[in-house]
Structure formats: structure tokens, C-alpha cells
Design a binder for this molecule. Structure first.
Ligand SMILES: Cc1ncc(COP(=O)(O)O)c(C=O)c1O
Length: 398
């Protein structure tokens, strides 16, 4: 047998988003491709981590995480999400929501198990399932409201289906699932005996309506694996602090796989996040929604103006816009054109679909400082002129 990558590696593709970020760096553009939250980290979070380091909290921790952060998360889950959980046995601190999902897949899915995923999906969800040798089955959310057809779900599920992935507020659509939709998904999950993996990383980024955790719906606590983290809320994407809340039977297995893959989340950073949760007032979280709705509206207004009609998101911090007017056969060509002409990096819609559903879509991220977003908008405003110049040049050549 010649040397080669595993079949698993061959099936997983490099993140389109990372590739776009690299292209953006080359042209020193503004990166609206990646959800890199470069807004300020709250002081108690930074101070908490520094003090923890100085106090010698620098060693391995229990795979489930240090007691102060588990306690802080359990209290927050009760207060904000309305989910009661035991910090000793039902909270697992992870290396981001990414680590949480990977460990949960390894602990709860067998190779060949089918898992339903709504598309447009978050690429890591798809690729994590593939890496865990599960079989993703896509059900499409329909623009502009990103509604799903209940029959599609019923048609998709089989006896081999073990779980459904939910992401609300969603990346990239910005959809916030309504209570009615969640209730229907809950009854669907119960009827077919499915786990619900719910990624709630954008729980504080809600502009219309409010966040509802699946685990609060009647009869859902046992089968729901709630995953979230502080990458977005505290602007600490590089710290890698997330968590899983679930029944103790599942938590043990998840902690075990986590231990195997990366042992634990970074010890002093666990304390920094615990301090942030403990010290920051409710107003801090309310401000997030208010701050981001301004960013959303600034970006959406420009997109509308220049003909990249946005689907205005109700949550998270991404906008899917219609890129039909951009030259190019694929959404990748269109995103590249936009980067070359305006210096603004985005993500091709195809990154979020298994078929060709996203070829006319472009995703913009607005988790940027106001200065950067203003500059991106200024550059985007040049698009109509560039398009006209392109048409003129093409006409001249003819
Ligand atoms: C839906 C979703 N889940 C998880 C993550 C990553 O979270 P973490 O940094 O906690 O691993 C992202 C980041 O973009 C995301 O969009």
C-alpha cells in the first residue's frame, strides 16, 4: 500500500472560510469572511485569566473543567436559558463549541449513523459529522425566511437516523427558530427517538424575538445536547472555551473523549471566563444585541443600496446576500471578484450547501469594529462603479 491520507481525511475538505481569509491577507483586504470577533475582551475576563496564571492555575484540569467555571455556567444556564443542571455531573467545559460537538459525536454516534442537518449549514457541523463517520442528511431552509418544510424532515428520517443538529441563532442564515418550530422539531425528535445537538453559540446575538433553548421544551432535557461557549460573547475566539450541558449519562462519555483528544480546556482561561460570567452585569449581554443590530443595519443598508440584496438576519452576525449581479459562474468566482474589486473578503454561498443551492449567495460577517465595518462599507460602495467599468470594458472589446 503506498503512503496516503486516510479515507476519512480525503472526505473532509479544507474550510472554504480559512482559504478566503488567506486570500484576503494576500491583498491586505478587510476580512468579512471569518467570524473573527475583534471587538474588545471584557476586563473581568482578561483580569481573571491573568490572575489565574499568576496564582499558578496552569496545569491540566479535570476533563470536565474547573469547579468555578462549571458552577458559573450552571448558574447562567438556569438564569438565562432556564435550564437546570448539576455543575458536578451535567456540565462539561470544552475546547470551544467545536470541541464540544466533536467529543459529543464521538461519544454518541456510531459509524454509519445518520444525522439530519439544516442547510445552509455551518461547515464544521458537516465536516465533524463526516470525520466521526456519521452520515449527514441535509434538509434545506428556504429563503428569505429560512423556513423548513415538515414533510422534508419526515421524508429524510430513516431507521438509521440517530440525531438532528440545530443551530439557533444560525450561521450563516441568521435564522432564529421560533417556539412553534422548536416545538415541532422536539415532537419529531421524540417520535423518531433522536438526539438533538443544539449549537447555541450565538444565544446573546438575537435582534428579533428571543433565544429559546431546546432543552427547556417538555420532555427534551434527556435527549438534548446543548453546546455553546464564550468565543463570541466575550470576543475570545482564540481562547477555546466552550461547554456542553446534557444528561449525566452522556456527559461522562463526552468528557472521556475530550480527555482523549485534548485533555482539557486551557486552565487559566477557564477561570477568566468564570470571572466574566460571575462579574458582568445583565446589561453587558443586553448591550450585545443592541450593538450588533446597529452593525447589521449598517451593512444591510449598503448591501441593499449596491444591489447585493441581503436576507436581513434575526440573529448571529452574518448576512447572506444575493450575489446574482456579480460576474462569475460560481459563488466562489463571485466572492473572488468582490475581493479583487473592493478588497472585501466574503464567503461563497456554496460553502454552506451540499448541492448547488448556494451558488448565488455570498456571506458577510459583521463581527467587526465599527471603524473596520465602516471602511468595508465604504469600499463596497465602489462596487456599482466597478461593475459599470467592467461592463464598459467588455462592450469595448466586443
Ligand atoms: C455555529 C457555530 N458554532 C460554533 C462556532 C465555533 O465556536 P467555538 O469558537 O466555541 O469553537 C462557530 C464559529 O464561527 C459557529 O458559527
Amino acid at each position: 500500500m503506498p503512503l496516503s491520507l486516510s479515507r476519512r481525511a480525503a472526505r473532509t475538505v479544507q474550510s472554504e472560510i480559512r482559504a478566503m481569509s488567506i486570500a484576503c491577507e494576500k491583498v491586505q483586504g478587510i476580512n468579512l469572511a471569518q467570524g473573527i470577533c475583534d471587538t474588545e475582551v471584557p476586563l473581568p475576563v482578561r483580569e481573571g485569566a491573568k490572575q489565574a496564571m499568576d496564582q499558578g492555575i496552569n496545569s491540566y484540569t479535570r476533563a470536565e473543567g474547573l469547579a468555578p467555571i462549571r458552577q458559573a455556567i450552571a448558574e447562567k444556564m438556569q438564569r438565562f436559558n432556564g435550564v437546570a443542571c448539576d455543575p458536578e455531573t451535567e456540565v462539561v467545559v470544552s475546547s470551544g463549541a467545536t470541541g464540544a460537538f466533536y467529543a459529543a459525536c464521538l461519544a454518541l454516534l456510531n459509524p454509519g449513523d445518520e444525522v439530519i442537518l439544516f442547510e445552509p449549514y455551518y461547515g464544521y457541523h458537516l465536516n465533524t459529522l463526516i470525520a466521526a463517520e456519521a452520515v449527514p442528511l441535509c434538509v434545506t431552509l428556504r429563503a428569505p425566511d429560512w423556513t423548513f418544510n415538515r414533510e422534508d424532515l419526515e421524508r429524510t428520517v430513516t431507521l438509521r437516523t440517530r440525531a438532528i443538529v440545530l443551530n439557533s441563532p444560525a450561521n450563516p442564515s441568521g435564522k432564529v427558530f421560533t417556539r412553534e418550530e422548536l416545538e415541532w422539531i422536539a415532537s419529531f425528535a421524540k417520535r423518531h427517538d433522536l438526539f438533538v445537538f443544539t449549537d447555541e453559540i450565538y444565544e446573546y446575538f438575537v435582534f428579533e424575538g428571543h433565544h429559546i433553548s431546546m432543552a427547556t421544551l417538555p420532555g427534551m432535557r434527556e435527549r438534548t445536547i446543548t453546546m455553546s461557549g464564550y468565543s463570541k460573547t466575550f470576543s475570545i475566539t482564540g481562547w477555546r472555551i466552550g461547554y456542553t450541558i446534557c444528561d449525566r449519562r452522556w456527559a461522562q462519555g463526552i468528557a472521556y473523549f475530550q480527555d482523549l483528544i485534548y485533555v482539557c480546556a486551557p486552565a487559566p482561561l477557564q477561570i477568566g471566563v468564570a470571572e466574566g460570567i460571575r462579574q458582568l452585569p445583565e446589561s453587558f449581554y443586553a448591550e450585545i444585541g443592541k450593538e450588533y443590530v446597529v452593525k447589521r443595519d449598517m451593512l444591510c443598508a449598503v448591501l441593499k443600496e449596491i444591489g447585493l440584496t441581503p436576507s436581513v438576519p434575526n440573529g448571529a452576525y452574518y448576512v447572506l446576500a444575493d450575489g446574482s449581479i456579480l460576474p462569475g459562474r460560481t459563488s466562489r468566482d463571485k466572492a473572488m471578484y468582490l475581493l479583487q474589486q473592493t478588497g472585501v473578503a466574503t464567503v461563497a454561498g456554496s460553502a454552506f450547501y451540499h448541492g448547488n443551492g448556494g451558488e448565488n449567495l455570498i456571506r458577510f460577517c459583521f463581527a467587526k469594529t465599527d471603524a473596520e465595518l465602516t471602511e468595508a462599507c465604504r469600499r463596497l460602495n465602489n462596487l456599482p462603479e466597478k461593475l459599470r467599468a467592467g461592463t464598459l470594458a467588455a462592450n469595448t472589446r466586443e
